[in-house]
Design a protein around this ligand. Structure first.
Ligand SMILES: Nc1ncnc2c1ncn2[C@@H]1O[C@H](COP(=O)(O)OP(=O)(O)O)[C@@H](O)[C@H]1O
Ligand SMILES: Nc1nc2c(ncn2[C@@H]2O[C@H](COP(=O)(O)O)[C@@H](O)[C@H]2O)c(=O)[nH]1
Length: 433
């Protein structure tokens, strides 16, 4: 496990260093490595630059992720390939991206549940998916299916807006009997996107996801939900609020999804309201940066050393140096908030906004899992006197998530090709301290 983010190691991390005073690691020297489990629709992204007219021609709603029939998908594919509009084809899927990015950042194992075509040919979509996924993502738990995986036509218009047209194939056929209770029980988190509900006919992914969530809830493994696309949440916001309240501890969304869920366009207020449903909230807000909200215990709160920020909640970042704690583990729960503007104002050139939010979530998962890693290997560390959910403070997690989003924006794929640089060339070193 790599250290989450880049800064001075104050808390005996990485634990690989066998210092007998600071690192009371187990004498047999074998470190225990926690892992994250994710579940996704196995999807390859077909990225194309298109005009708004083309979206209208195919009756696609701009900015959303929507299902299309395979006939429409074939026609669309023919048009964009004949016109030479395809710029790239790579593995995608919101949780597939998140697991890949987690494994690249943490240099450690994640497990992906989903399906995989049993008949793989060199060059086909299933083959591409496997080739584009980090070797640290454990794909042994993909269920073999007879048929193609999904395709996400990622259609980028001149204004940079992305529209997804999803051709499902058999990506929703993961069955509940395939879910291993022990695998979920021992995970540091179970991660799923709201897309699991988009099932019809013979699809079983919704049942498989509910099975995994039931195991996670039973064994107190944090369930992490990312909202996917505004459109799905708008259809039944009350259902989603109830679902989150009943099953989810960590909620990730962008400001549009937040508005659909909670009815407010202010990401800070949305994050605050979301704390009535979940324990830890990440709300990304495009060029405005990102917000996080959580709970800490009065007795463990820590004041920020940064300037206090104005906003719909005055001085909202007052306790952002605190580590988040599950509300039920707080004697006197206190809401804490943090915000960060885009790292260095954003890249000079945004290659692609695809996956920027998934990247931020991967960083949050890394921090949560680093805490489990440290606790497993250095249980008597003073760090674990507090029953915190994360290794770092809310402010530090925000910085890390923001830095990872920047990296995704600077490249042309939602999946990181490498971890963060060891040295930041253009950065005032204070950023990570
Ligand atoms: N136009 C932009 N300029 C600078 N940073 C951006 C821009 N768009 C996104 N980001 C960064 O990427 C993060 C995630 O982006 P966002 O678009 O909100 O996520 P999503 O992909 O889930 O919609 C933001 O919090 C911000 O740090
Ligand atoms: N599992 C699914 N993933 C989907 C779907 N529609 C789009 N996507 C994926 O989202 C990422 C981009 O994420 P974002 O954080 O930038 O919004 C992209 O790689 C798509 O593959 C879907 O229906 N199911």
């Amino acid at each position: 496990m790599r250290f989450p983010g880049r800064r001075k190691h104050r808390h005996y991390f990485p634990v690989e260093k066998k210092d007998p005073v600071t690192n009371k690691i187990k004498v047999d020297g074998k470190l225990k490595h926690p892992y994250v489990v994710g579940m996704d629709q196995t999807i390859v992204d077909i990225e194309a630059h298109v005009s708004r007219e083309l979206l209208e021609e195919f009756d696609l709603k701009i900015g959303l992720s929507q299902l299309v029939t395979s006939e429409l998908a074939e026609k669309l594919y023919d048009v964009i390939s004949e016109q030479g509009l395809i710029i790239d084809q790579h593995a995608g899927g919101t949780i597939g991206n998140t697991m890949h990015n987690y494994s690249v950042l943490a240099d450690d194992r994640s497990v992906l549940y989903g399906v995989m075509s049993e008949n793989i040919k060199v060059g086909n979509y299933a083959y591409r998916y496997l080739c584009n996924t980090s070797s640290k993502v454990d794909l042994q738990h993909l269920q073999p299916v007879d048929g193609p995986i999904g395709r996400a036509f990622t259609l980028i218009t001149e204004d940079g807006e992305r529209t997804f047209a999803i051709d499902s194939g058999v990506m929703n056929r993961l069955t509940p009997d395939f879910i291993d209770e022990d695998l979920i029980k021992n995970a540091s988190a179970f991660v799923v996107s709201a897309y699991f509900t988009r099932c019809s006919g013979e699809d079983t992914l919704d049942k498989a996801a509910m099975q995994a969530i039931e195991y996670a809830n039973k064994h107190q493994v944090p369930v992490v939900l990312t909202l996917g696309t505004r459109f799905m949440i708008e259809e039944k916001p009350q259902w989603w609020r109830d679902f989150i309240r009943d099953h989810v501890q960590v909620l990730a969304m962008n400001e549009e999804e937040a508005e659909a869920l909670l009815g407010t366009s202010d990401p800070l207020l949305a994050a605050e309201q979301a704390l009535e449903l979940a324990d830890l909230v990440l709300c990304t807000a495009g060029p405005q940066g990102l917000y996080m909200a959580g709970y800490t215990d009065e007795e463990h709160k820590r004041k920020t050393q940064y300037p206090l920020l104005p906003g719909s909640i005055p001085e909202f970042n007052q306790y952002e140096f605190s580590r988040p704690i599950l509300k039920e583990n707080c004697r006197e729960p206190l809401k804490i908030f943090s915000h960060i503007a885009p790292y260095m104002g954003g890249p000079d050139e945004i290659k692609n906004t695809n996956g920027a939010g998934d990247g931020a979530l991967a960083a949050v998962l890394h921090d949560i899992t680093a805490n489990v890693f440290h606790k497993l290997n250095v249980p008597e560390s003073s760090k674990h006197g507090i029953p915190a959910m994360s290794y770092s403070s809310l402010a530090q997690i925000c910085k890390y998530a923001n830095r990872v989003s920047f990296e995704v924006l600077s490249q042309s794929s939602p999946r990181l090709s490498k971890g963060l640089p060891d040295r930041e060339d253009s950065l005032e070193s204070a950023y990570w301290h």
